[in-house]
Design a protein around this ligand. Structure first.
Ligand code: SF4
Length: 307
């Protein structure tokens, strides 16, 4: 889905970067921003991925491109080598556009841009290059920490949003993601995503063609925060205009050992109490995970495959 307008004449957004709510105004030609990214488009893996929600992965897999760096850099990130430690390879916009076509040729049901916000001035031109040849939906897979002004730029490029909704409590978002404004940003971004895509639409094979899937991963000791988020969703988002994916897969990766209260898996009680509240609120349009899903196989090997 492209109404594509060229970005050739856009201002140099890498020079004074305010692409995400950090608004750190880094001159990324000279230094990294909070996201740990310079102006060099960098990615760690491009391959078919089978661990997204069934309507995204389908039978063939989702054509996932993992970009290096992240605007959130959560302390428990399962992809920390890529999000926080800089693993990846510099590529050109032209190479990225070839990657999109290679994934489509490999049978991908969609192009899945994982954590792309910090590189949008490069990613959108790459999409422009292939707009006449890419015939599968584009998925924007992000942490939910987005600015409406930046999302507005995606209107003609993105068919499906896959945002996390991580925290309600600003003390939690500060502690685990250094982002006390997380909910303030995400609670504006997600309604805007829904406004852009409209209600979920599926093809004849049950694959999502457009829409929003809100992902929430239950964190150890945080089930009450999860339940507050469910109530916010129910009270603030239009019925039948989104899917919910409740994740039980939390595994204490990266710096979790420095946060004793989350240095464990979640309990069955924690996950089921959140599920029960979702059902009680009628939030049943979506996906839940088997409690046994917390396995490292959700983390793909970052070996520059497809880059
Ligand atoms: S994308 Fe990166 S450099 Fe730009 S405002 Fe966000 S954290 Fe800062």
């Amino acid at each position: 889905m492209f109404g594509g307008k060229s970005l050739m004449n856009q201002p140099d957004e890498y020079k004074n970067c305010s692409l995400c709510p950090r608004n750190c105004h880094a001159d990324r030609h000279l230094r990294k921003g909070y996201c740990q990214c310079t102006d060099r488009l960098t990615a760690a893996r491009a391959a078919l991925h089978h661990w997204e929600e069934p309507c995204i992965s389908g039978t063939n897999g989702s054509g996932t491109v993992f970009f290096t760096g992240c605007t959130l850099r959560c302390c428990f990130c399962q992809n920390y080598s890529v999000s926080s430690e800089g693993f990846g390879k510099e590529i050109t916009e032209e190479r990225l556009s070839e990657i999109f076509l290679e994934l489509q040729d490999a049978g991908a049901h969609n192009i899945n841009l994982v954590t792309a916000t910090q590189y949008l001035p490069s990613v959108l031109p790459a999409l422009d290059r292939v707009k006449d040849r890419l015939h599968i939906p584009v998925v924007y897979n992000c942490g939910g920490y987005e600015k409406p002004e930046t999302l507005a730029r995606l209107r003609d490029y993105v068919d499906i949003y896959l945002p996390d909704l991580k925290y309600y409590d600003s003390a939690l978002s500060m502690r685990y993601s250094m982002a006390p404004d997380y909910f303030s940003a995400a609670s504006k971004a997600i309604p805007y995503m829904i406004e852009q895509t409209g209600a979920p639409r599926f093809d004849d094979n049950g694959l999502l063609k457009s829409g929003v899937i809100i992902r929430h991963m239950v964190l150890p000791g945080c089930r009450k925060d999860s339940i507050r988020l469910l109530h916010w969703i129910k009270e603030n988002l239009p019925d039948n205009h989104y899917l919910i994916s409740l994740l039980s897969q939390f595994t204490p990766f990266y710096k979790s050992s420095g946060y004793p209260e989350i240095n464990r898996r979640i309990t069955t009680y924690e996950y089921e109490s959140v599920l029960e509240e979702a059902v009680r609120l009628g939030l049943t349009d979506g996906y839940m995970q088997e409690k046994s899903s917390a396995k490292e196989e959700y983390t793909p090997p970052f070996d520059l495959e497809g880059i």
